[in-house]
Design a protein around this ligand. Structure first.
Ligand SMILES: C[S@@+](CC[C@H](N)C(=O)[O-])C[C@H]1O[C@@H](n2cnc3c(N)ncnc32)[C@H](O)[C@@H]1O
Length: 256
């Protein structure tokens, strides 16, 4: 049964795991993986295709990246999300761990972290520590790819509504960003509604994230030594960030 109550984030992902792929069935992971591949080929020069997907969730990016020749390892805090990933990727290394305590002994060519998940590493000092660990785990010429929002996305933001229908279940997904204008907390509240044969179920999810501007992210990445390139959140093809939107894709190259 889906819990019709507000839950803590960690607990939430555990209870969400069996439904996650259904809820996010509208996301075209194959297309996203193709964009990852285009960006890695454009910026990466480490010579290999060893991939680490941080906050990998149910592993959908890894499935398609594997088809494109990458050798993935997944990392996520939730054993239940990893259990779903395991069904799709029986022989892929999957590590259960907390991004905020990241320490890796292996080296990778490519490290990805999607769905704004890098912002789970909070507050700012912890974000910085995580990104330093990512740097240390990359081979020279390697690439760190993530998507991120600027904290100003949450100032006066309205709730959005997305609807989809998967296997006869109507799913309504209502995200809303909150940022008070000061402080280190960016909040994403998502209300889900499932309307299926068992009736209507509601779910409210609260994510506490690291509140940063793009300028702060840029400054941190550069101070570590990364060369950064910023792109619009566009999965058709990479488009260099030009506008004033608050969503972006960031490619960070570890220079050789
Ligand atoms: C929105 S999902 C994104 C999953 C996947 N990257 C995708 O694009 O479908 C966020 C994931 O981050 C994981 N997560 C949340 N906090 C984390 C942390 N502190 N350390 C590692 N993983 C975390 C959750 O368990 C969940 O699987």
């Amino acid at each position: 049964m889906i819990p019709a109550k507000t839950t803590e984030r960690r607990e939430f992902y555990s209870s969400l795991a069996p439904y996650y792929d259904q809820i996010y069935g509208f996301i075209d992971y194959r297309k996203q993986a193709r964009l990852f591949d285009i960006l890695f080929k454009r910026f990466g020069s480490s010579g290999g295709k060893k991939l680490l997907d941080l906050c990998c969730g149910t592993g959908s990016h890894m499935v398609y990246l594997k088809e494109l020749g990458y050798v993935p390892t997944g990392f996520d805090i939730s054993a239940d999300m990893l259990a779903v990933a395991r069904q799709k990727l029986p022989y892929t290394p999957l590590i259960q761990g907390d991004l905020r305590d990241l320490k890796l002994s292996e080296r990778f060519d490519f490290i990805s972290c999607w769905f704004n998940s890098i912002l789970y590493s909070r507050p700012k000092e912890v974000f910085m520590r995580t990104v330093k660990q990512v740097w240390a785990a990359l081979d020279p010429g390697g690439v760190f790819l993530f998507d991120v929002v600027d904290k100003r996305i949450g100032i006066g933001a309205a709730e959005k509504t997305y609807e989809s229908c998967e296997s006869g279940i109507e799913i309504t997904f209502r995200p809303r960003w909150f940022y008070r204008g000061t402080g280190e907390d960016l909040e994403l509240v998502i209300r889900f509604t499932f309307n299926g044969k068992d009736g209507v179920k509601e779910w409210v999810d609260r994510h506490l994230l690291c509140a940063l501007t793009f300028a702060e992210v840029e400054e941190m990445m550069r101070s570590i030594g990364f060369e950064t390139s910023w792109f619009d959140k566009n999965y058709e093809a990479p488009v260099a960030r030009a506008g004033d939107g608050y969503r972006s894709i960031v490619v960070c190259k570890k220079t050789e």
